[in-house]
Write a protein that binds this ligand. Structure first.
Ligand SMILES: Nc1ncnc2c1ncn2[C@@H]1O[C@H](COP(=O)(O)OP(=O)(O)O)[C@@H](O)[C@H]1O
Ligand SMILES: [Mg+2]
Length: 241
């Protein structure tokens, strides 16, 4: 088992009067893709946002490498090498693909080597380099959003439901791109409702329910156990295939 890059222990998050995360324990092994699954409303997005400091944990620790980041602010957390691809895709529709990527690079314009690396995963980014991002298809916008997150080397990339609303053929393109990205040493924590995508990409898996992790293990073991899938994920699994 790989060493842990990120470990949440007993993390609670309150949003206003609501107690959303209720003691989350989660281990994200270094160099792996960890799938975070669970029904709608289970707390998956809240967990990603809490890791990034967009919601402040009200209790518990979030250890990234050797430090507790639970009470740090978002820019400081991002500076440690953590990127976030929100469900709503953070891109600028009126700017070109190139401008979107240049703006995402904090250490100055990305060099050619990095861009070639990105184009390898997402060829449409090269093809539509000078096109306003608003004209891209849904799948291409998602690719741009992910490209922005990895325009500079990151230690950990948090990705929220990247296949949501995309056509099956486009989902397969994205799965191929993630499979490539997995070959690099990027650690990924991904929320995914599409079980086919989750199954093909996940190394490890954690399942959330009502603000807690209710199952953690290897994705291959969950994928092979239909009864466990039904117990943990219910009908949502079939509905999203
Ligand atoms: N800004 C908010 N204000 C109040 N409740 C919220 C807010 N965001 C999320 N919630 C609630 O927190 C719970 C978990 O939401 P979320 O983390 O988005 O779940 P998931 O991503 O697993 O679908 C849900 O009950 C949701 O209604
Ligand atoms: Mg969500």
């Amino acid at each position: 088992m790989a060493e842990s890059l990120l470990t949440l222990s007993g993390v609670h998050t309150h949003i206003g009067h609501y107690h959303i995360l209720q003691g989350v324990d989660l281990v994200v092994p270094r160099g792996e893709l960890t799938m975070l699954l669970g029904r709608n409303g289970a707390g998956k997005t809240t967990a990603l946002r809490t890791i990034l400091g967009l919601w402040r944990a009200s209790a518990g620790t979030i250890r990234f490498e050797s430090g507790n980041i639970a009470q740090r602010d978002t820019p400081a957390i991002a500076n440690l090498g953590i990127a976030y691809v929100p469900e709503s895709m953070g891109i600028f529709a009126g700017l070109t693909v190139r401008e979107n990527l240049v703006l995402a690079a904090r250490r100055g314009p990305p060099d050619e080597k990095r861009l070639d690396w990105i184009f390898r995963f997402f060829p449409p980014m090269k093809k539509f380099w000078q096109l306003p991002a608003g004209l891209l298809s849904g799948g291409q916008k998602q690719m741009l959003s992910i490209s922005r997150a990895i325009i500079e080397p990151r230690k950990l990339v948090l990705i929220d439901e990247p296949t949501k609303g995309l056509a099956p053929a486009i989902i397969n393109n994205l799965i191929e791109a993630f499979a490539e990205l997995k070959q690099t040493d990027t650690t990924i924590l991904m929320v995914e409702q599409n079980f086919h995508a989750a199954k093909s990409l996940g190394d490890s898996v954690a399942v959330m329910d009502a603000g807690r992790i209710v199952h953690a293990g290897r994705m291959a073991d969950l994928a092979a156990d239909a009864a466990l899938q039904t117990r943990l994920l219910g009908l949502s699994l079939e509905a999203h295939q």
